[in-house]
Design a protein around this ligand. Structure first.
Ligand code: HEC
Ligand code: HEC
Length: 468
């Protein structure tokens, strides 16, 4: 792919679903918009302010107007469009949230969903919560990844509507750098590779960016409540946890280096909010006697890598070599060493001060706090339930989830399972509602450690995991 081509594609990305960060001050709008909401009581903690910022700071030009969003149904597939035509505007909005995996604000289901920020001028701006605020059994839980987010479908529909209604040519990254080949997962790290490649180490845009070789791969956003246990971030733990590092997804081309760096304090607060989150408690019944049996087996087979939830000090943050873990390796191979070095040597890595790992050996065993809620499992979201994590040989080759069903027996997504991707599903958009492990980067293999457990022990460990 030529550099110029990627650059134009990425600019499309920036405009089409601009992540937070374009400074309004830089655009000539009043600098006041850079401040958190006006009446900010001094009594708010940094974490509370961080949450407020995530919900209300619109740092970018709107991705689209609400008006356009409410007309997207006109471009839906025939059957759905027909249904939408008969629905009330309220029902139609609900249908749109459901189609795109946007999470309604529980306090005001008709308002901007949690996935976007309302810019106060009829525009919606996507932000961190698009990927990082999901729901379980239909209920939003703070910090759970958004396993519904249909990024590609939303972007494609917006492009179609723009073209038809506003005469704008469809553009954007879609099709060249895929945004996500299965709903609920996104090609997030590749966005970052591409965006950072367009900057020098002080984050100024460079004229002729050189894009390193990378592999597209979709990832499942991990739950935020485990971030406080970690010293390093991301599945390969390649970079130490700092507020700067988590700004990467906001590095859209519309930002100047200055306007980006001005947000540092905001991101200190956002990190404080992330680190203030507690794992949600499992709301169902737990058989304590069985869970106690499970604890013994867990301590024998699992705790060395994952630690014991509730005993924070016990979390060892161990990196397991890729051949030993055996889960999909595209994420590891797909992120270029140049990208990791850029982190180390640039503003992000405090110009070489942070210990960035250039060649990680594998993946870090994550803490398992609140693991009942964070389905699907593994970094690529390939395994729908904890039962399937515990039964490596019984994992489905393809699966289709229900929208809000939770499987309390197997602990995780309520799914239909398939021995192969159903061949009658031809439409690209429909394909994205399935998880097809045959696609590159989506393997559900590996992590065979549970095979050291007897079948009874697996049932007991499953019960014990409910207490996490
Ligand atoms: C397009 C989806 C998407 C957006 C938008 C996004 N993230 Fe993420 N985020 C991810 C994915 C996927 C991962 C896992 C990446 C990995 O492990 O390589 C991640 C990882 C993280 C982590 C590390 C978690 C851990 O346990 O290691 C933090 C913290 C984080 N994101 C914060 C943010 C913030 C803050 C923003 C807004 C500026 C943001 N993210 C925007 C998808 C997204
Ligand atoms: C040798 C270290 C090791 C052992 C032993 C181990 N795990 Fe893991 N586990 C990992 C790593 C590494 C990952 C991340 C794999 C990935 O995402 O590709 C993981 C991922 C998981 C996940 C998915 C977490 C998520 O949020 O996606 C669960 C659940 C899990 N392990 C449970 C267990 C249980 C239960 C046991 C014991 C039967 C166990 N593990 C034993 C290293 C280990």
């Amino acid at each position: 792919m030529s550099s110029r081509f990627v650059a134009s594609v990425v600019l499309g990305y920036g405009c089409l679903f601009a992540l937070p960060m374009v400074s309004r001050a830089a655009e000539g709008a009043p600098a006041a918009t850079l401040e958190a909401p006006a009446a900010k009581p001094a009594t708010l903690t940094p974490a509370e302010r961080g949450w407020q910022r995530l919900r209300s700071d619109a740092y970018a030009p709107a991705e689209f107007k609400v008006e356009l969003f409410d007309r997207l149904w006109e471009f839906w597939p025939a059957a759905l469009k027909e249904q939408a035509a008969k629905a009330s505007p309220e029902e139609r909005r609900k249908m749109a949230f459901s189609r795109y995996g946007l999470v309604a604000d529980p306090d005001d289901p008709q308002a901007a969903p949690l996935s976007v920020v309302d810019d106060g001028q009829g525009g919606w701006v996507m932000n961190c919560l698009a990927c990082h605020q999901g729901k379980v059994e239909g209920q939003p839980i703070p910090g759970v990844g958004n396993s519904h987010f249909a990024f590609q479908t939303l972007t494609t529909d917006v492009a179609k509507a723009r073209q038809a209604l506003e005469g704008q040519r469809a553009g954007g990254m879609s099709g060249f750098v895929p945004l996500g080949l299965s709903n609920g997962t996104t090609n997030a790290q590749v966005f970052s590779v591409v965006l950072t490649a367009m900057r020098d180490k002080d984050l100024n845009l460079v004229k002729q960016p050189k894009f390193p070789r990378f592999k597209n791969h979709d990832l499942d956003a991990p739950p935020f409540w485990n971030v406080k246990h970690k010293k390093n971030l991301y599945i390969d733990g390649f970079v130490p946890k700092t507020h700067r590092v988590i700004m990467q997804f906001a590095l859209v081309p519309g930002n100047t280096a200055e306007s980006f760096k001005e947000r540092e304090d905001a991101f200190r607060e956002i990190l404080a909010w992330i680190e203030s989150l507690e794992a949600p408690k499992y709301p169902g019944k737990i058989e304590t006697a069985l869970a106690d049996v499970g604890r013994v087996a867990y301590e024998r087979v699992c705790a060395d890598c994952h630690g014991t939830p509730g005993i924070a000090e016990s979390y060892p943050e161990r990196t397991i070599a890729i051949d030993e873990i055996g889960t999909d390796r595209t994420r590891l191979d797909g992120m270029p060493a140049e990208h990791r070095r850029f982190y180390r040597d640039s503003w992000f890595g405090e110009y070489g001060k942070l210990e960035v790992t250039e060649e990680p050996e594998g993946y870090v065993a994550p803490p398992l706090d609140g693991v009942w809620a964070s389905a699907p499992y593994f970094h690529n979201g390939s395994v729908p339930t904890l039962w399937h994590v515990l039964h490596p040989d019984a994992r489905p080759a393809a699966w289709l989830r229900s929208e809000n069903g939770y499987d309390h027996e197997r602990m995780g997504l309520e799914v239909q399972e398939f021995a192969a991707m159903p061949s009658e599903v031809k439409d690209l958009e429909q394909k994205r509602s399935y998880f097809n492990t045959a696609i590159a980067g989506k393997s559900a293999a590996g992590h065979n450690f549970p095979n050291e457990l007897s079948e009874d022990e697996r049932q007991a460990v499953l019960e014990y995991l409910k207490t996490f």
